[in-house]
Design a protein around this ligand. Sequence first.
Ligand code: BES
Ligand code: MN
Ligand code: MN
Length: 461
Amino acid sequence: MIDTNYFTENKDRFLTELLALLRIPSISADSAYKSDVIAAANFIKDKLIIAGADKVEVCETAGNPIVYGEKMIDPNLPTVLVYGHYDVQPAVPLELWETPPFEPTIRQTAIHPDGAIFARGACDDKGQVYMHVKAFEMMMATQTLPCNVKFMIEGEEEVGSTHLGPFCIANKERLKADVVLISDTSIIANDSPSIDCGLRGLSYVEVEVMGPNRDLHSGVYGGAVANPINVLAKMIASMHDENNHIAIPGFYDLVQNLTDKERAALNEAPFDLEAYKKDLDIAAVWGENGYNVLERTGIRPTLDCNGIWGGYIGEGAKTVLPSKAFAKISMRLVPNQDSETITQLFKKHFESIAPAGVKVIVRPHHGGEPVVTPIDSPAYLAAEKAMETTFGKKPIPTRGGGSIPIVALFERELGLKSVLMGFGLDSDALHSPNEHYGLFNFYKGIETIPYFFKYFTELKK
Ligand code: BES
Ligand code: MN
Ligand code: MN
């Protein structure tokens, strides 16, 4: 079905184009990169037009623009809505990159003997979005697009998709489809394909602990005035009990427990604990008692401090009792928790455990709801069959630990289920220094996507 000639003749160009996209530092968290964010949106727009999409548009929002495009070949055929994001995480700390984050280079790794592209966004998500653009180009050029397709590629996924929700609600008609197809997740390994059938939700808060009205001499006042950093450290430490359960009252109330059968199915995924520890250079894993790594990252909620600051961090010693301390804290949520409730529970608890000598402020950031996607729908079965065709192995359903906040809204507002047909690896260093994406994975994605379209169209008939 795949036109191997077209693929072979154009695959080098596909890669060259992706490298050009990766050179644009479209970091959504930092407004200094606004013009690059717009440049990345325009890059996608141009490539969709060249590939043959209609009604291609860079849609303005109050934040970063959304790239839309479509190819409607017949209203009676099914429609696939492809979603992805062209924005990337910040690249700092830069000194930990072996090659600069926005100067993509290709080198081999133990896991990627065919080579991997090293660049911020290579895997998350530009490399994976670009597979769709090129698969579409290929289907158009070889006249094998079997159904309708719509593209919606946004620029704020890494900062909570704030403006995509309102855009979807305002564009319900334009976004009408049968399923959302997303490549922004991982497979277990290159010889072990899998499809995520769940994503965790997210509550994200920033906390501030305020002590005395100014920084103080730690000799003159230390010991007599609560130190906000000491207090904050103790408060954060108290968020997990001795079993590493989260100590916020009510936190687990709505958590859906898996049946024994579901739990057994989840644990059928191959997992090598020794290799996992070796990859991360850690002597032991950590987590909630009673659960293993796959469960801790797939079906259990978590709480992590993402950053903590305050006081003097310059060179040498400054004997100071700081006036304030801060932290950013994230909680990953599972069905049926909801981010609003969890944020409120956190706030109430965090404020209640503050000692009398300090004031505490909890500032909620963006959130996202957990989702579980069906594994018996035509779209899932199409993805399964497509991957089986190109990998030579049936993919295993897995639960992804990360979040894609908009997926719950697709379901709630557009009535659309998603299929998470990702091709990255968890070890591809997403959000970390030296992010990369295997050439094998990039090309495998381009080959697999047309099969998804074919099988989905057939199964929907
Ligand atoms: N692509 C990831 C999510 C992901 C990665 C899901 C691997 C499953 C497996 C996405 O870009 C991401 O990083 N999401 C953020 C969401 C947040 C910024 C609102 C996350 O999970 O931290
Ligand atoms: Mn992503
Ligand atoms: Mn990401």
